[in-house]
Ligand binder design. Structure first.
Ligand code: SAT
Ligand code: MN
Length: 591
């Protein structure tokens, strides 16, 4: 008798009509075979799927060039298909599940002809964790199969774990013909099912990542009483050897990965990495909030990554532990066969191909590496990997950081008065857009908890869910907002960022230990400058003050914009958040 899993795979194969169905076991030997296939047989246009890079300098590394129109997440083609629109909320594109399936069935009919359907069994979370989920993705491209081996725990054991159950997490993915007009990423939360066609790009195609671990998992979390968040997880070790665990939410390409692997500039402090993108947060039996990272890989933005900005990442990328490491849409140094991107070093190689494989020389109108070019590498390669990474229980969280990219207005760090005020502070967070998704760069958009593109249901209800979680926590983490990007009158960032951010983390840790005081402002508590270790930094006092300036006049537009954002959620927006809004308005008037 066929299991529900076997039946499901068979049905999808009937629809997509691949030449072959191949069940992956997740082994290294298999990954090597898939890379061979991707180098020799499978193609995108005229390009092979993989190209081997210099194995001496970049062990196990391969270059992938995507279809030129397929370089980032496509939020306008991403739908959350609840039976009713209200559940999806104004923060999601919505389509009725029946209509969405009809559309996808038509597009998927025969979409895998001439290709192999890979069946990928994988776990999100450690297999022994009470919080982990067993998943299956189908895909028709080796790039996705190999990427999923890096990003998740892919093993045949998942098939045994699923056994005769039919409630496993399902993903059906095909690159189709890469036609942007036939590209859709559809989520069916009630069925734990994601159906994606037309794109091979990370967040559109690695369905365990944003699609399941955030959009669908956030909805599961609402039903089951936990949170799926767009957050890094890290441990901060102080000179006495105590480790404090925190999470931090920031929109894509705001330095989350750099934060997760931060190289401390303060003697005696060290950061341990647990995750760079997604955290699942559960209330433990002790009444604290516990975090696991459901992933095992890092899918980071390449441009800007250097020995100066993130030395640990370069060590990770050159690590040999886990096979393979992928570079997507970076440039290529032809003489040395190495990947290259803007910001890697100051020397521009003489003989360079851009991300599409065309000769490139400065000055040029476009960048050599695509601004959203990425690396995919195992977290096990990281020299800063926390010893708790594989602990099925996760780590207890003492502080939550909610960040955004704001060149004006928002102070370097502010502590919320309590959990509820923290939820308000997160809910009003805005960020200037980057290249991680297809939209205009540098435009302000509200992005609460960095979850706007990833919350799989009405965000008004999401805020209510956060408030409810807070009520159930005996020892809630403290909540902070940070902004590394505030700029001076010449448009230059005031704060040096990167490794120097440890100075802000140190203050946060000391606040969670009640070791330092704070100054109350309308936005929340900010540091006394004497408590912020600024040794060796050369920031004039006037600029330091500017980092923490709260200008009530400038805040008038901001308040109006927050109000407009909140109003969209109508009755779904918790009354408590309006209360905090009016409190802030009044406090700013008082100055
Ligand atoms: O493409 S992903 O969504 O996986 C990466 C990102 O935008 O954060
Ligand atoms: Mn992300």
């Amino acid at each position: 008798m066929a299991t529900p899993l076997e039946k499901w795979v068979e049905e999808q194969a009937k629809l997509c009509q691949p030449d072959k169905v191949y069940w992956c076991d997740g082994s290294e030997e298999e990954a090597r075979r898939l890379i061979e296939i991707g180098m020799k047989k499978e193609k995108i246009g005229d390009n092979p799927i993989f190209q081997e890079l210099n194995q001496n300098l970049w062990p196990n590394a391969y270059l992938h060039r995507s279809h030129p129109t397929d370089v980032a997440r496509t939020e306008h083609l991403t739908f959350v298909c609840h039976p009713d629109k209200d559940t999806a909320g104004p923060n999601n594109n919505w389509m009725h599940p029946d209509e969405a399936k009809e559309k996808m069935r038509k597009l998927s009919n025969g979409c895998m002809k001439g290709r192999t359907m890979y069946v990928l069994p994988y776990m999100m979370g450690h297999p022994d964790s009470p919080y982990s989920k067993a998943c299956i993705q189908l895909t028709d491209v080796s790039y996705v199969a190999v990427s999923m081996r890096i990003m998740t725990r892919m093993t045949k054991k998942v098939i045994e774990k699923i056994g005769n159950r039919d409630d496993f997490v399902k993903g059906l993915h095909s690159v189709g013909d890469f036609d942007p007009n036939k590209r859709f990423i559809m989520h069916f939360p009630d069925e734990h099912f994601v159906w994606s066609i037309g794109s091979g790009y990370g967040g559109n195609a690695l369905l365990g990542k944003k699609c399941f671990s955030l959009r669908i998992a956030s909805y599961l979390g609402l039903q089951e009483g936990w949170l799926a968040e767009h957050m890094v997880i890290l441990g901060i070790e102080d000179p006495e050897g105590n480790i404090t665990y925190i999470t931090a939410a920031m929109p894509s390409a705001c330095g989350k990965t750099n934060l997760a692997m931060l190289q401390s500039t303060l003697p005696g402090y060290k950061v341990w990495t647990l995750g760079d993108d997604i955290a699942w947060l559960n209330i433990g039996p002790d009444g604290r909030l516990w975090a696991i990272n459901p992933e095992t890989g890092l899918f980071g933005v390449a441009p800007g990554t250097s020995l100066k900005t993130n030395p640990n990442m370069l060590i990770t990328l050159k690590g040999k532990k886990f096979y393979p490491t992928l570079f997507t849409n970076t440039a290529l140094n032809v003489d040395t066969n190495e990947p290259w991107w803007e910001g890697l070093d100051t020397n521009i190689p003489k003989n360079l191909l851009d991300w599409q494989g065309k000769p490139w020389q400065p000055p040029a109108e476009t960048k050599a590496a695509h601004p959203n070019s990425r690396f995919t590498v195992s977290i096990y390669n990281s020299p800063t990997l926390s010893k708790e990474f594989d602990n099925p229980k996760g780590v207890p969280i003492s502080a939550i950081i909610l960040g955004g990219r704001r060149t004006q207005l928002i102070p370097l760090v502010v502590e919320a008065f309590d959990w509820e005020h923290g939820v308000f502070s997160g809910a009003r967070t805005g960020s200037e857009t980057t290249a991680a998704a297809i939209h205009k760069e540098g435009v302000l958009r509200r992005d609460p908890m960095a979850m706007l593109p990833f919350c799989g249901y009405n965000m008004g209800d999401y805020f209510r869910h956060w408030l409810n979680i807070g009520k159930r926590l005996k020892h809630p983490p403290k909540i902070y907002t940070v902004n590394w990007f505030r700029s001076d009158d010449e448009g230059k960032f005031i704060w040096p960022g990167f490794g120097e951010n440890i100075r802000v983390l140190k203050w946060i840790v000391e606040r969670t230990q009640n070791k330092v005081g704070a100054r109350e402002t309308p936005l929340g508590n900010i540091p006394h400058l004497k408590d912020l270790n600024l040794d060796g930094l050369d920031i004039p006092e006037a600029k330091l003050n500017k980092l923490f300036e709260i200008n009530p006049n400038q805040w008038q537009n901001e308040l109006a914009d927050i109000k407009k954002f909140f109003e969209q959620f109508g009755q779904h927006l918790p009354e408590e958040l309006w209360q905090h809004y009016y409190n802030l308005e009044k406090a700013l008037q008082r100055g």
